[in-house]
Design a protein around this ligand. Structure first.
Ligand SMILES: *[C@@H]1O[C@H](CO)[C@@H](O)[C@H](O)[C@H]1NC(C)=O
Ligand SMILES: *[C@@H]1O[C@H](CO)[C@@H](O)[C@H](O)[C@H]1NC(C)=O
Ligand SMILES: *[C@@H]1O[C@H](CO)[C@@H](O)[C@H](O)[C@H]1NC(C)=O
Ligand SMILES: *[C@@H]1O[C@H](CO)[C@@H](O)[C@H](O)[C@H]1NC(C)=O
Ligand SMILES: *[C@@H]1O[C@H](CO)[C@@H](O)[C@H](O)[C@H]1NC(C)=O
Ligand SMILES: *[C@@H]1O[C@H](CO)[C@@H](O)[C@H](O)[C@H]1NC(C)=O
Ligand SMILES: *[C@@H]1O[C@H](CO)[C@@H](O)[C@H](O)[C@H]1NC(C)=O
Ligand SMILES: *[C@@H]1O[C@H](CO)[C@@H](O)[C@H](O)[C@H]1NC(C)=O
Length: 404
């Protein structure tokens, strides 16, 4: 038993403080009833009983029929009805969300750690250990929970890294980042985290500082963001992700030519409202939405980027942006697809890389088809980005839309 525990046990023996303790507790209790009643009366006109009344009422009033709950919900004392209402547990025992906080047996939980506010999840193979180590160094332990998705099963080889013991390691052979994210980053599990980074393992972070990045994201009111891709990035899929060296943040690109011209008038991807799924950062609310959009079977996540804007919690041209002053370099060192390919090379006759690419294209088609089907079959859904836009209903998502 620690000193603190002992002193807590000793306290009741001290007569003076006990007396004051009782008086103080009683006053606090009375006060809180008044405050609670007042609050509920304000928040819900339907409040009919206070805490004390409820205790008096129970069980006699509950026996015959309904009482009005604190939040205006009706409870029944009829078991059949309770089950129908899913109210078979006392409300106070229900914890409907969780966290990724480690609670080591025999150690006192460190409540300072419990206030960690952000989550970094990286899909990582042992070949990228050195780079992933560099990446993790950029995320202060005090504010970040680290989660590694090991797609190659080599989890034991990470334990010599100083932060490995405080990271959460998840192993599943040959699975992609989005497969893991769908299964292990459920919004109810990551509910305590303000920002969620779902990153690839091959990002060069020399010019990236997570604390500064988040400060900017917050100041700019971005719900979905990514660090810009600086040179020399090997793979750039969308022009909007390229670093603009003149500023701190950009939310759109400008160009006259190309398949889709982009101007100040553009309101949708690829001109604005887009980040890449390589290094996205989500606010809690945006993640909750985005998680729902990830399809269980479409594990490469193709097509999700163009629909990010629907999770932006507002106008996508304002809430989605690329942060230029904190940027990364995409190194495109072998990752999952390539390391699988490495294995495949040893087995002549199969070209895994081609297979992976074909699968990606097929997944993109499937996602596009599902989106279209969902739109057609949800009579209540209104496209928030088409409301003011009369002309483009028949155009593809690539279409630049006119905002007026
Ligand atoms: C409890 O509720 C069910 C469904 O509403 C009803 O059929 C049943 O008669 C009720 N039982 C009693 C004891 O009131
Ligand atoms: C109770 O739970 C079932 C199954 O999850 C659900 O279908 C039903 O709508 C719930 N009922 C209420 C009143 O929430
Ligand atoms: C969890 O419970 C809280 C408080 O009762 C409620 O506001 C919230 O909607 C619940 N969340 C889910 C995912 O059911
Ligand atoms: C990140 O930036 C903050 C604020 O500028 C600074 O205090 C901190 O030392 C930086 N962290 C690293 C790892 O450079
Ligand atoms: C952790 O986050 C808090 C609140 O955002 C901030 O004040 C603090 O400087 C951060 N710590 C580090 C090491 O960045
Ligand atoms: C776009 O609008 C901003 C301000 O609204 C303005 O500063 C900028 O010059 C405009 N750019 C172009 C290409 O029209
Ligand atoms: C943008 O919109 C304004 C006003 O609606 C229009 O005058 C202008 O020509 C548009 N610019 C481009 C590049 O489409
Ligand atoms: C769409 O355009 C038609 C005519 O072109 C007009 O009558 C209608 O009011 C417009 N609807 C909206 C929502 O702007």
């Amino acid at each position: 038993m620690s000193e603190q525990d002992i002193s807590r046990w000793r306290t009741p023996v001290l007569a003076k403080s006990t007396l004051w303790g009782v008086v103080f507790t009683a006053l606090t209790f009375l006060l809180s009833i008044i405050v609670i009643n007042d609050q509920y009366a304000k928040s819900s006109g339907r409040l009919t009983i206070s805490i004390t009344q409820q205790q008096q009422l129970h069980p006699s009033t509950c026996k015959d029929g309904h009482i009005q709950g604190m939040l205006g919900r009706t409870y029944s004392s009829n078991l059949t009805e309770l089950i129908l209402q899913n109210e078979t547990l006392p409300r106070g025992i229900v914890q409907n969300t969780s966290d990724l906080q480690l609670r080591v047996l025999g150690e006192r939980a460190n409540d300072r750690v419990a206030t960690q506010r952000n989550l970094l999840a990286i899909a990582a193979g042992i070949k990228q250990k050195a780079n992933v180590n560099k990446m993790v160094q950029k995320f202060p332990a005090e504010n970040f929970t680290i989660m590694l998705f090991h797609y190659d099963g080599a989890v034991d080889k990470w334990h010599d890294l100083s932060w490995s013991h405080r990271a959460i390691h998840i192993v599943a052979m040959k699975q992609t980042k989005w497969w893991f994210a769908k299964r292990f980053l459920h919004p109810d599990i990551v509910a305590p985290y303000n920002y969620i980074f779902v990153w690839d393992e091959d990002l060069g972070v020399e010019n990236f500082n997570a604390s500064r990045f988040l400060a900017i994201m917050q100041e700019e009111g971005l719900e979905i963001s990514q660090p810009a891709l600086g040179r020399p990035s090997s793979e750039i899929h969308h022009t909007i992700t390229v670093r603009d060296t003149t500023g701190r943040v950009h939310r759109r690109i400008y160009r006259n030519k190309g398949r889709v011209p982009c101007s100040n008038n553009s309101t949708s991807p690829p001109c604005t409202g887009l980040v890449e799924v390589m290094a996205p950062v989500f606010s809690r609310a945006a993640w909750k939405c985005f998680w729902n959009m990830i399809q269980n079977d479409l594990v490469q996540g193709w097509g999700l980027d163009f629909k990010l804007g629907y999770c932006a919690q507002g106008e996508q041209s304002e809430k989605v942006g690329v942060i230029d002053s904190e940027y990364v370099v995409h190194q495109a060192i072998p990752s999952l697809g390539d390391s699988l390919e490495g294995e495949a090379l040893k087995q002549p006759g199969s070209d895994l890389r081609t297979k992976v690419r074909k699968q990606s294209a097929a997944e993109l088609r499937a996602f596009t088809r599902r989106w279209r089907y969902a739109v057609q079959h949800d009579k209540c859904w209104v496209d928030p980005y088409r409301v003011n836009n009369n002309e483009s209903a028949h155009h593809s998502t690539l279409q630049v839309q006119s905002s007026e």
